[in-house]
Ligand binder design. Structure first.
Ligand code: GLY
Length: 596
């Protein structure tokens, strides 16, 4: 059944005008620096990988490869792979170290989505380890007494924003399904770094300095990140014995040590902040589970582009962008041309209009995934791009759907934090995992050596708009909508690319562009992840400062786009599979690709 005819009327009312970018007042530390941290003690191979990135060259390997946001984390994963571990084993080691050395982006207190290509079966599996709302939460969770949404920044820096973490259970579940190495040993690098100390990187130090005011809100957080009142500095050695103790317990007892007992009790207690306390309980933690979901795959020019479905909007939106753009010969078009960027920008806006209307946790609301990526539906949406100028406004479409429900739009952005891991092991298994605590430093609550997420602020604060319900409203035990887009691309059933990025709502644009750069424009993976960004999700064309993209400000303005030159700090990691392996890491952050 198609939507009611009133949909069209509502769509006009709720249409998103060009330039109507949704903003909030939260300040997330951002910088567009190249890597400058020295990372003393890393291997010659890791140093060579940093050099390759600086020179814009991909890293090549034969057997295995790991790419992540920090060389220390990559080296931990490489050790596991070198010793015969699988991509799942290596991921556990990488994530354990990332939580320590890139604590602002991901860790034990957060959640993640994982896409897995299994070499033995050829199957693609997706695991959802998204944070969940407390059982006691309801539609008024982010509303004040008069029914108005809470101030966004106030809600972030509070216990109210914290969802039940999913990452520890994901590590265990991935290891249970696909691991081979001894579980406890996968934490040894992280425990050693936590106990003996690690060198604070430039990016971590800049992030701490940029968030110092909010990190000062909670004593335990301030004590670790602002010792003696001053932000930790790049090059300083930081020890985290509490994190070592937490990791030791998980290594010895499994993830249950995190979800029950003293660690769980401390998490619950920490969320009971004086202002805006949360409602998490021991029951929420004890009942947390990782959910296997159907992979969302789209056939783009002979490739299967597979990723994470709801509660992520990532794979649906990336598929929609590709599905509209395949009606144009992008390969013959200039990647730096205004016409190319008109098509890419407005395709992304159209995908975001659908995302705002339809995407949410499909265990709680019906989501028309197949309708949204249906070829005929996307051909119709692509017709909207046939003009010469920017679309003056975009509105959600009407995918074929068995549910005549009508939702109001939720056009909130996720903030740019998060981290991405891509791994290929010697057996040919491929992993793509995007991992997050939401904003930089999450809720800022620091418990037992790790930060707690603020993922619940990815829900719509309002439950209704204009009398219609919002699909992404808060409900008990629901998972908030995400933009994370961990992706594996296959050709004739064989994996050819693992890719993904941090970046909040811009993740979708970053990932779609890098896939197009690699598949349509023939760029190697390093070129594809390094390419300057132009992203238009909500009406304002965001243009990466200090790059050739700035040359497009005037031409795009003449086409009718509002533009905003800004830092666009993606953190793409990608591994291409062909004759051998070829890896690229985003020059905007500190990561590397490393393989043998
Ligand atoms: N917290 C970022 C996302 O889930 O998209």
């Amino acid at each position: 059944m198609k939507h009611l005819t009133s949909t069209a009327i509502l769509a006009l009312i709720l249409a998103v005008p060009a330039g109507a970018q949704q903003t909030s007042d939260i300040v997330v530390p951002e910088q567009d620096t190249q890597v400058t941290t020295d990372f003393p003690g890393i291997s010659d191979a890791a140093r060579a990988a940093l050099d390759a990135k600086r020179e814009g060259r991909p890293v090549e390997a034969e057997d295995w490869m790991v790419a992540a946001a920090n060389p220390l984390a990559v080296e931990a994963g490489a050790r596991v792979l070198r010793e015969g571990g699988t991509a799942a084993d290596a991921m556990v080691a990488v994530q354990a170290v990332l939580g320590l050395v890139e604590p602002q982006s991901s860790g034990l207190g957060g959640g993640a989505f994982l896409v897995w290509y299994d070499a033995a079966t050829g199957a693609v599996t997706t695991l959802d380890a998204r944070e969940t709302a407390p059982l006691d939460a309801g539609p008024r969770y982010f509303l004040d007494e008069s029914g108005e949404p809470l101030d966004f920044r106030t809600a972030v820096v509070s216990g109210r924003s914290v969802g039940t973490p999913g990452t520890p259970r994901l590590l265990e579940e991935a290891h249970r399904r696909w691991g081979r190495s001894n579980w406890g040993g996968l934490f040894s690098d992280a425990i050693a770094l936590a106990e003996e100390g690690f060198i604070v990187s430039d990016r971590m130090a800049e992030s701490v300095a940029g968030a110092a005011d909010s990190l000062a809100a909670f004593p335990a957080t301030a004590e670790y990140f602002l010792p003696g009142g001053d932000a930790v500095t790049a090059g300083a050695t930081l020890v985290n014995p509490d994190c070592a103790d937490t990791l030791r317990q998980i290594a010895a007892q499994g993830a249950g040590a995190f979800y029950t007992g003293e660690i769980a009790a401390d998490i619950v207690a920490a969320t009971r902040t004086e202002d805006l306390p949360g409602l998490l309980s021991m029951t929420d933690l004890a009942r947390y589970r990782v959910i296997e979901r159907p992979a969302v795959c789209y056939d783009y020019r002979g490739h299967d582009v597979c990723g994470m479905g709801p509660p992520s909007s990532g794979a649906v939106a990336v598929s929609q962008i590709l599905g509209m753009l395949e009606h144009f010969d992008l390969g013959a078009m200039d990647p730096q041309g205004a016409e190319t960027r008109r098509l890419m920008g407005d395709a992304t806006r159209l995908a975001f209009a659908d995302r705002g209307r339809y995407l949410a946790d499909s265990d709680f609301v019906p989501v028309p995934v197949q309708g949204l990526i249906d070829r005929d539906y996307l051909a119709g949406r692509a017709e909207l791009l046939r003009g010469n100028d920017a679309l003056p406004e975009v509105a959600p479409g009407e995918p074929a759907w068995d549910h005549a429900l009508l939702w109001a739009d939720d056009l909130r952005e996720e903030r740019p934090a998060t981290s991405h891991i891509s791994i290929v092991d010697a057996d040919g298994n491929v992993l793509s995992m995007t991992t997050t605590i939401e904003s930089g430093f999450g809720s800022r609550l620091f418990v037992r050596g790790f930060l707690l997420n603020n993922e619940l602020t990815d829900f719509s604060f309002r439950s209704h708009a204009n009398g219609w319900p919002i699909a992404n409203r808060v409900e008990p035990s629901k998972r908030p909508r995400s933009s994370m887009s961990p992706t594996i691309v296959l050709r004739d059933g064989a994996p050819v690319l693992s890719i993904g990025s941090p970046g909040g709502a811009t993740i979708i644009g970053y990932t779609a562009q890098a896939i197009i750069a690699h598949l349509d424009w023939g760029m190697d993976v390093q070129q594809a992840v390094s390419m300057p960004h132009l992203v238009n999700s909500f009406g304002t064309y965001q243009i990466e400062a200090g790059t050739w993209a700035e040359d497009l400000v005037t031409p795009l303005g003449e086409l009718g786009f509002q533009t905003n030159v800004t830092a666009l700090t993606s953190g793409l990691q990608a591994i291409a599979l062909g004759e051998g392996l070829s890896g690229g890491a985003d020059p905007r952050r500190e990561g590397i690709a490393l393989g043998e």
